[in-house]
Design a binder for this molecule. Structure first.
Ligand SMILES: Nc1ncnc2c1ncn2[C@@H]1O[C@H](COP(=O)(O)OP(=O)(O)OP(=O)(O)O)[C@@H](O)[C@H]1O
Ligand SMILES: [Mg+2]
Length: 232
């Protein structure tokens, strides 16, 4: 166990007491292209800079070597070898990975990331709407496994979730249920919202372990990652 993993966003790290808290789940949510994956990769990079391994469960096929290269520069090789990438093809494969989490938690292992946690679930629900109840139960079970692993092994878990417009292909009741389940299991919740400038994102710490009031500030998405936004 290493301790909190710095996110690299200074105000956030300050409010969180160093970074992603150990023992619990942190949820980052936002609309498309608000930097959730960039944020997740950045946390994995920071974990690797501490000599620690990350399990990166890439459910969207959006982890890009090119993006990692931009964010690590000359340290690419030493950082990449500490990121264990796994790509479930469907919600069932995602379930199998959750069940085998303990196998990944070996020496020098300090972070688990699931990006985007709900995309394969959503796909399955849209294919099999009559199974929504079972799928919700499975979603809940996977979060329980993650929360338990975080707690017993003292390893931070970071999950991301995409906010969808009301007009989508899922049954009307699915969206609020999934959101409630994610919020229930997450001790720390960070919202990413677009601004009028596509390179600038509003970051809000909506819930944290110390129960502080909601904090909000601006960040910039740059080639090297998500950073503080100076001059705003
Ligand atoms: N090299 C780069 N330099 C600057 N900005 C970049 C770079 N690569 C990507 N971006 C910006 O990052 C944003 C997308 O980030 P990211 O993929 O992390 O979003 P996301 O929230 O994970 O999206 P999704 O909901 O589709 O998964 C886009 O606005 C894109 O313009
Ligand atoms: Mg993404």
């Amino acid at each position: 166990m290493q301790g909190p993993i710095p996110t690299g966003c200074k105000p956030l790290d300050k409010y969180l007491g160093g970074g992603l808290p150990c023992d619990t789940i942190t949820l980052v949510y936002g609309e498309e292209e608000t930097g959730k994956t960039t944020f997740a990769i950045q946390c994995a990079v920071n974990c690797a800079k501490m000599g620690q391994k990350t399990l990166f469960i890439d459910c969207d096929n959006s982890f890009s070597v090119q993006r990692l290269n931009q964010m690590t520069m000359k340290r690419f090789d030493s950082i990449a070898e500490l990121i264990i990438l796994t790509r479930p093809n469907d919600f069932l494969e995602q379930a199998v990975i959750m069940d085998r989490l303990a196998e990944y938690v070996t020496k020098n292992f300090s972070l688990t990331i699931v990006d985007t946690f709900t995309s394969l679930y959503r796909l399955r629900v849209s294919e099999y709407p009559s199974k929504t109840f079972e799928l919700n139960r499975e979603l809940n079970r996977q979060l329980a496994v993650l929360a338990q692993t975080a707690k017993t092994k003292g390893i931070p878990v970071l999950i991301t979730s995409q906010v969808h417009s009301v007009l989508n292909d899922l049954p009307a009741a699915v969206e609020p249920v999934a959101t409630r389940v994610l919020e229930f299991w997450s001790s720390t919740i960070i919202a990413l919202k677009p601004t009028e400038n596509p390179q600038t994102i509003r970051m809000t710490l909506e819930k944290n372990l110390s129960g502080q009031e909601v904090k909000t500030w601006k960040t910039a998405i740059e080639e090297s990652g998500i950073h503080d936004c100076y001059g705003h």
